[in-house]
Design a protein around this ligand. Structure first.
Ligand SMILES: *Cc1c(COP(=O)(O)O)cnc(C)c1O
Length: 425
């Protein structure tokens, strides 16, 4: 019988780890060490030659362990396992999603370059693009979901810097509206601006659906980014990030990571190894629950509109087409507009018992928050409204609890929104 090629969920407990190198321990220990002892001076010399690129590796020669800012077994094994879900050649893990994103933008953009990005993007990314990149002389221009590839091309041309376009940065589905961007269409656009000397890269923040339900590399993306704080970590107890892509691009990123020193530490690496073992069962349960919660919301008299990928239908046109082609599940993120204004939204949030009122997403516990005054408070109010983030807009991240309990919780909170405040005379 031929050996099957195992699925990622079958490999999350073992891939890349050799028990015989760690006293037979079934689990990878936490290599809580800053530095590694060389067997002899010749070995130290050989490791450094490779680390500094002073010579090519011999056949089957692996980089040796030198110092935990360069590498560490917990980090290396984690990177190998994360690569399986996206079928990427390589992965680099960082101490936060923001450090993965900022390091990626710094490595692949230079002063004078143009960055094209989708809107809305995560608040931290938005700030970094608008306020930090500008300080380094990097030009940026945004587009919105729903704009056609030709309209986006016109936006690039209107900058007068089309020849300096270096990267297309996408976040899809967008946080918090669940709006979708066509990765393949954007790759075609990037290819149109690529020349023999310069490849215009496509980078995708895949935090909202990855690594299970959307694989941007398959649609032509060059780099995939994650806040591993979200689904990958999944227990609201660790901050981390990752970037995946080809050996060449991730090699460049790891070099910059070595000098910025923003790699994840061994303890973070170990926590994420543990999280990865249950990634698939967690995410699948979350998606199942989300479908029930979204259906409940869609039928509820207090709800004006639900934003959920599972409710897209052919009448939604391009958004439906992108969902069908690009996504493998509607995921576990729901947004909705409650009937009323900020007061009704706050009353609903304040009365939830099982849902926690907190930002972040993708974890085992369900979370609710108010984007206009919380995650997206820093976005220009006009832009915020333009993106549909109104004062009655609520975002939910669905966890692994029993769906009926979540629905009960929302029902009782809606009832309290409808109860007039008793005035004692
Ligand atoms: C949370 C988040 C980030 C930032 O990640 P951190 O781990 O908090 O640094 C980036 N992008 C998206 C879509 C996120 O949800």
């Amino acid at each position: 019988m031929n050996k099957p090629s195992f699925s990622p969920e079958s490999l999350m407990m073992s891939y890349g780890y050799k028990p015989e190198l760690s006293e037979g321990s079934i689990k990878c220990p936490i290599f809580q060490t800053s530095t590694f002892v060389f067997r002899n001076a010749e070995e130290g010399k050989a490791f450094f030659e490779l680390a500094y690129g002073l010579r090519d590796p011999e056949l089957d020669e692996q980089p040796g362990l030198i110092y935990s800012r360069l590498n560490n077994p917990d980090l290396e094994i984690l990177e190998d396992r994360l690569s399986l879900w996206d079928e990427a050649e390589a992965c680099a893990v960082f101490e936060s999603g923001m450090s993965a994103i900022s390091t990626c933008l710094f490595e692949f953009l230079a002063p004078g370059d143009l960055l094209l990005y989708s809107n809305p993007v995560y608040g931290g990314t938005d700030h970094f693009i608008k306020h930090v990149l500008a300080k380094f002389g990097i030009h940026t221009v945004g587009f919105k979901p729903g704009q056609s590839i030709e309209e986006i091309r016109d936006i690039v041309e209107a900058t007068g810097k089309a020849d300096r376009l270096a990267m297309v940065y996408l976040e899809t589905p967008a946080n918090p509206t669940n709006a979708l961007i066509d990765i393949k269409g954007c790759k075609d656009l990037a290819t149109r601006y690529s020349t023999s000397e310069k490849q215009v890269l496509v980078a995708v923040d895949n935090t909202y659906l990855g690594p299970l339900w959307q694989h941007p590399l398959k649609w032509g993306a060059d780099l995939v980014l994650y806040s591993a704080t979200k689904y990958i970590g999944g227990h609201s107890d660790v901050i981390a990030g990752a970037c995946l892509g080809s050996n060449e691009l991730i090699g460049r990123l790891k070099t910059l990571r070595t000098f910025l020193g923003n790699m994840a530490g061994p303890w973070t690496g170990w926590l994420l190894l543990r999280s990865l073992e249950t990634l698939k069962v967690r995410m699948e349960q979350q998606a199942k629950n989300a479908m029930q919660v979204a259906d409940f919301l869609a039928d509820h008299p207090n709800v004006e509109k639900v934003f959920f990928l599972g409710h897209l239908d052919p009448a939604d046109g391009e958004q439906y087409r992108i969902f069908q082609e690009q996504c493998l599940s509607p995921g576990a993120m729901i947004a909705f507009r409650i009937k009323g204004k900020e007061a009704e939204a706050f009353k609903f949030l304040n009365n939830l018992k099982l849902f926690k009122l907190a930002v972040s997403l993708g974890s085992t516990e369900s979370l609710a928050q108010h984007p206009a005054s919380m995650t997206h408070a820093g976005v220009d109010p006009e832009v915020r409204l333009d993106l549909g983030i109104t004062e009655n807009f609520i975002r939910l991240s669905i966890g692994v609890e029993k769906a009926e309990d979540l629905i009960w919780d929302m029902e009782q909170a809606f009832n309290l929104v409808n109860t007039p405040v008793k005035v004692l005379i």
